[in-house]
Structure formats: structure tokens, C-alpha cells
Design a protein around this ligand. Structure first.
Ligand code: 5U1
Length: 324
């Protein structure tokens, strides 16, 4: 215990240092796998010795502290993170826990919506009367940064919804990302001008979104895929998959790999399918996301502390560094 009592504060200090470098300077000091390992070590020690948990521990908050460069936006519905699974067994546990929680038979089938988890930055887009009112980063989950002027420059994001019917007020959530091809071309342009090159597409996307000058963002090749919603005045269906089709009808790009899976076995088959095609997708992903499709069941399942009980991210083993 006394060895842990020394290691925990050191881990908290080191992880906080990496958080600042990553979220404030957009320039991480450590690889994602290295960062994950620090987090997992801290979580393991805190689980073993709960008395060592400190309120300032990174495990006690979600996401990054919003920077002071941008105005703050309070999310009407918190933007929470996903719990992670690494082994197939954890996915079977995830589904079993859902069935138990819902009082379903052990062999009852639960349908899911599944798609690759893009390695970009989460974005909340709020529309009033079909017009983009504001766009905000996730921030710490409760409050994000107002990056509306920058997000308006992304071609894939509707400034004004042209569909025949849509809710008066709705919030679309998704991932802003940069494709491999656009990332290589951007780095080549910056390198030949002696400018700043980026370590990977996610840093390039984050750095491009958090520019104070929207003209700089406008010159960066950013894309957006919607993966969900937040505060919506009315929902067109009781199925995640069906609502995503409606969001696509409103003019938002969604993942071409979004699939409806009738049962858990299909999730694992899909995971392996995407894992074999991962290098050909043209953008970075770090796993798959599975969501219970029925919104009524999602409502009953709710959230566990910070992450939904009804969704999980199934991560791939850390990939070799993106070639520069
Ligand atoms: C944080 C998050 C991130 N992602 N990424 C995808 N593709 N879906 C998705 N869903 C999320 O959260 C919902 C389960 C609420």
C-alpha cells in the first residue's frame, strides 16, 4: 500500500502533464498506447486502494478542461465517454449484463447498431429552425468550446438543413476527422513551407478545429461523420439505426459502415471484418462502437457513472504509428 501511495500521486502528475500537452498545446508528448497504459495503471491502483483516489485524479473527470481561447458552451445533454472493452469475452459480458439488467432470458436476442469508432474529435452541432446555431467540442463532457465559426467551414456539415421535414430544434453529434490522404498532403505542404507538421490525423484535425482564425480552418481538409444526437425536440423512430438514417436524410454524412446487428455474434463478426479492412478505410479508427438499437431499452439501461450502460467501445490493439 505504501508503494502505491507513492506511485498514485506520481501517476496523477504525469497524466495531467500529458493532458495539458495534448489538450492545450495540441502537441502530445506520448503515444496513445503509452497514455492508455498510464491511465490503466492508475485505474488499477485506485481500484485496489480506493483510499488513494484523489478528487483531482484524471479518473474522476471526463475529457479535457476547455481551453480559455474559446467561449464556453454548456451541453444540454452531457457528452459522456464510452467504456472500453478489449477482449471478446468482455463483449459477451457487456451483452449478458444488458440482458440481466433488463430481466431478459439468457438467450434473448438484443439488437445493436454498430460502426467503426473514428479517431477524431467529438463535436456537438446544435440546429435551430434547421440553421446551425452553434458547434462545440466535448470539453469536459458538461462544457465544451464554442468552435462554430471554424466548424461552419467544413463542407460536409450543413449550414442550413434542406430536407422536407426535420425537428425544429435538434443536436447532431459526431466525429470531425481528417483522412489519411488529406493528412499526408497537408503535412507535405507544411513541410515544404517549413511549417508545423502533425504527428497523426487526429492531432491535425484537433489543431485545425481549434484555430482562432476560421480562415485557417477553412484551408484544412476536415470531414465529419455523425454518430448520434444530443438534445432533440422529437425523435423520428425508436431505433438508433433508424434515427441515424433520418439524420442522413437531413443532410449529414454518417459512416458508410454503420450496420444493424440482430444479435451479439454479429458484432464480433463485424469487428473482425473491419479489423481486416482497417488499413483500407482511408481514415484512423481505434475500435468499434456497439449501441443497443432500441431507444426504449437505452432509456431503461441509462448510464453507469460517466459512460452509458447501453454502449461500449471495442478497441483494436494499438496500431503501429501512422507513417509520416
Ligand atoms: C462518445 C461516443 C463516440 N462515438 N463514436 C462513435 N462512432 N459512436 C460514438 N458514440 C459515442 O457516445 C454515444 C454512445 C453516446
Amino acid at each position: 500500500h505504501e508503494q502505491a501511495a507513492e506511485e498514485v500521486p506520481a501517476l496523477i502528475a504525469e497524466i495531467s502533464r500529458h493532458d495539458r500537452a495534448y489538450y492545450v498545446q495540441d502537441q502530445p508528448l506520448i503515444s496513445d498506447a503509452g497514455y492508455d497504459a498510464l491511465r490503466q495503471r492508475l485505474e488499477a491502483l485506485e481500484a485496489r486502494f480506493p483510499d488513494l483516489i484523489r478528487p483531482d485524479s484524471p479518473t474522476q473527470r471526463v475529457g479535457a478542461p476547455p481551453s480559455e481561447k474559446f467561449a464556453k458552451v454548456r451541453h444540454r445533454v452531457p457528452m459522456l465517454s464510452l467504456s472500453n472493452a478489449f477482449a471478446d469475452a468482455e463483449i459477451h459480458e457487456f451483452v449478458d449484463r444488458i440482458r440481466r439488467f433488463l430481466g431478459l432470458e439468457p438467450d434473448a436476442e438484443v439488437a445493436f447498431a454498430a460502426e467503426p469508432k473514428l479517431d477524431g474529435l467529438s463535436m456537438s452541432l446544435v440546429y435551430d429552425g434547421g440553421e446551425l446555431a452553434f458547434a462545440a467540442t466535448r470539453g469536459d463532457g458538461a462544457e465544451g468550446e464554442d468552435v462554430t465559426a471554424n466548424i461552419r467551414t467544413i463542407p460536409g456539415i450543413p449550414k442550413k438543413v434542406e430536407a422536407k421535414s426535420f425537428p425544429d430544434r435538434f443536436e447532431v453529434r459526431g466525429e470531425v476527422f481528417m483522412s489519411h490522404a488529406d493528412f499526408e498532403a497537408l503535412n507535405a505542404r507544411h513541410a515544404e513551407r517549413g511549417g508545423k507538421t502533425f504527428a497523426n490525423p487526429r492531432n491535425a484535425a484537433a489543431g485545425s478545429v481549434r484555430q482562432l482564425d476560421p480562415k485557417v480552418t477553412a484551408a484544412r481538409p476536415l470531414q465529419f461523420y455523425a454518430w448520434g444526437w444530443g438534445d432533440v425536440s422529437e425523435l423520428p423512430a425508436d431505433s438508433h439505426f433508424a434515427v441515424m438514417q433520418a439524420i442522413a436524410d437531413w443532410g449529414f454524412p454518417i459512416s458508410p459502415e454503420l450496420r444493424f446487428c440482430r444479435k451479439a455474434e454479429e458484432l464480433l463478426a463485424f469487428y473482425r471484418d473491419i479489423e481486416t479492412r482497417r488499413a483500407t478505410l482511408g481514415y484512423d479508427i481505434d475500435g468499434m462502437v456497439y449501441k443497443v438499437d432500441s431507444l426504449a431499452l437505452q432509456e431503461r439501461l441509462g448510464f453507469v457513472s460517466r459512460a452509458p450502460r447501453w454502449a461500449i467501445a471495442h478497441k483494436f490493439p494499438a496500431e503501429k504509428a501512422t507513417t509520416i
